[in-house]
Design a protein around this ligand. Sequence first.
Ligand SMILES: Cc1cc2nc3c(=O)[nH]c(=O)nc-3n(C[C@H](O)[C@H](O)[C@H](O)COP(=O)(O)O)c2cc1C
Ligand SMILES: CC(C)CC(=O)C(=O)O
Length: 379
Amino acid sequence: MKLNTEDHRRAARRHLPRFVFEFLDGGAERQCCLARNRGDLDRVLLNPRVLRDSTVLDTRIEVFGETWRRPFGIAPMGFTGLTRPGGDVMLARAAAAAGVPFVLSTASNSRIEAVAQPGSALGWFQLYVMRDRAIAGQMIRRARAAGFKALVLTVDVPVSGYRERDVRNGFRLPFRPPLATLADIALHPRWLLRFLGSGMPAFVNLAETEGTDTLALQAALLSRDMDRSLDWDGLAWLRREWDGPLVLKGVLHPDDAREACRRGVDGVIVSNHGGRQLDAAPSSIDALRRVLDAIEDRIPVFVDSGFRSGLDVARALALGARAVFLGRPLLYGLAHGGEAGAAAVLDQFGSELERTMTLTGAPTVAALDRNLLASGDPL
Ligand SMILES: Cc1cc2nc3c(=O)[nH]c(=O)nc-3n(C[C@H](O)[C@H](O)[C@H](O)COP(=O)(O)O)c2cc1C
Ligand SMILES: CC(C)CC(=O)C(=O)O
């Protein structure tokens, strides 16, 4: 029986070889940031209101002119094909069925065009800018033609965080696993069987870009060898390539939030990449307050990193976030149950959120506001 995200996580751990589980579950360096995300969320207390009619709950929100059925979506995650072949399409379908957005990663293992259809109305595309900016240009054009609504530029990966587990497990491209990793893979025949026909999933969208050495490029993406010269002026170049909503993902500093507003960005995602980049970064819920104060309602502020229940989602909404993006919990569901597993996780977050709304006397998302925060909240 799976009652919560930890149950899904345990099932994923059983299903996956260690190198895959540790890649998706792990954080950077000593994993302090990963733990901080969790600890700080637990410390946000809600002071419930009573005697409020909550027979009808409304969890809908509006974002960039679209209605989301619930105030959360699926964060972009690369290499989902390693968790489950066809994982990107499964996640997009689960999101579409739940009426929430799915963000397709640059490092996806499914073609942009294949994911756009099932996810259509609420599909967003996440961009990593590699050294050859022409590649980003090609991806953006494909995403626009396929009908993606918003572009998410990830700005917290100028270089990879140090993921020591991936190094130990030999997880890189070309994949030449050490003996211990090979032996562990052999102990997971159910996982292995799924890959017999297809082999190691590829970063197909990169592989399709013109005029490039695609194998070298895929290795560069997995080692997160990005264009480190990208700066605020680079946004002007992106603006020329993309005329829809542009969202910056990985903003933690209030001054960067202000700069994003000045530069005409349409939204920011407060994120420390799930604790996978700078181990000394603040928790996302802590950074969220400062970013919200800096932005003063000018543009929507989203948040991710560490959210494991609908109650956590309510905490961020009470602080003022427009919506929350969910990462690993969806991969746990995908790992053990494919599309149905991902759908079960989204359902779980929905019912946890509804229960929290009822318990706090907040029948609408708008009613989840700072008034609910308990005074003495230590953050
Ligand atoms: C396996 C994995 C792959 C990820 N790949 C990407 C990616 O390709 N692009 C990106 O912007 N963020 C990526 N992220 C970060 C997520 O979008 C998100 O910020 C993070 O997972 C949120 O934290 P949570 O997993 O604790 O919910 C990835 C995260 C994981 C766990
Ligand atoms: C495959 C990677 C480029 C995905 C990523 O951003 C991550 O592992 O955090």
